[in-house]
Design a protein around this ligand. Structure first.
Ligand SMILES: C[S@@+](CC[C@H](N)C(=O)[O-])C[C@H]1O[C@@H](n2cnc3c(N)ncnc32)[C@H](O)[C@@H]1O
Length: 205
């Protein structure tokens, strides 16, 4: 929930420092719980905008294979540095911006915690199509979108959605959790921010 989540779009280093000890996001934990009891096989997730790896680490800990993608090489460096040797063969990484990704491999889960809003608006539809195509039937999406009343909504480099637009993006999914949160809070580095966030867990039919 945004309550314990504060970030800043400028200078990811201080953000990575600020969240390094935080637990995985609720959206990921809900999605992982929903996979439990399913077929017992090794699962594969793509973590888009993985940051320093608070979600990727949890998936690795639970035995998942993870492709972690982030535009910042520092994010990938931090994730690799904190990944124990015995988990390394299940972790693949890619330094890439969403806007230049050509495709994504087929996967069981796309996790994107507080990262998709940083995609340029013109490229978001192609990115979302890529995400939907990559998730196998009976797979899931977990992550967040920012709403149009978010405090950063006047930033033309970022992408914001209405609730109706969010629901339309999820039309090929069974929505398992969709929480719209709007409140005043702070960024990771302590600046005041108005949060308007959609928390999403969705199952691909
Ligand atoms: C708010 S952080 C979230 C990081 C991580 N998911 C977490 O919850 O801690 C957003 C991450 O998205 C990455 N990012 C921002 N814009 C990006 C883009 N256009 N393409 C790829 N990654 C991007 C940033 O480098 C940053 O690591």
């Amino acid at each position: 929930m945004a309550d314990d989540f504060r970030l800043t779009p400028s200078g990811w280093s201080s953000f990575y420092d600020a969240v390094a000890q935080r637990p995985p996001h609720d959206t990921l934990l809900k999605a992982l719980a929903l996979f439990e009891g399913g077929p017992d096989r090794r699962r594969f997730a793509i973590d888009l905008g993985c940051g320093e790896g608070r979600d990727a680490r949890e998936m690795l800990r639970r035995g998942w294979c993870v492709l972690a993608i982030d535009r910042e090489s520092e994010a990938i460096r931090r994730l690799l540095a904190r990944t124990p040797d015995h988990q390394r063969e299940r972790l693949h990484t890619q330094v890439a911006a969403f806007e230049v990704l050509a495709d994504l491999p087929a996967c069981d889960l796309v996790n994107a915690s507080y990262s998709l809003p940083f995609c340029a608006p013109g490229q978001f539809p192609a990115l979302w199509r890529m995400i939907v195509a990559a998730i196998r039937p009976r797979g899931r999406f977990a992550g967040n979108l920012f709403g149009v009343r978010d405090g950063w909504a006047d930033d033309a480099t970022m992408t914001f959605h209405t609730r109706a637009q969010t629901e339309a993006l999820l039309s090929g999914f069974k929505v398992e959790w969709l929480l719209e949160e709007e409140r005043d809070g702070h960024t990771a580095t302590g600046e005041p921010k108005h949060w308007h966030v959609f928390h999403i867990v969705a199952f691909k039919r």
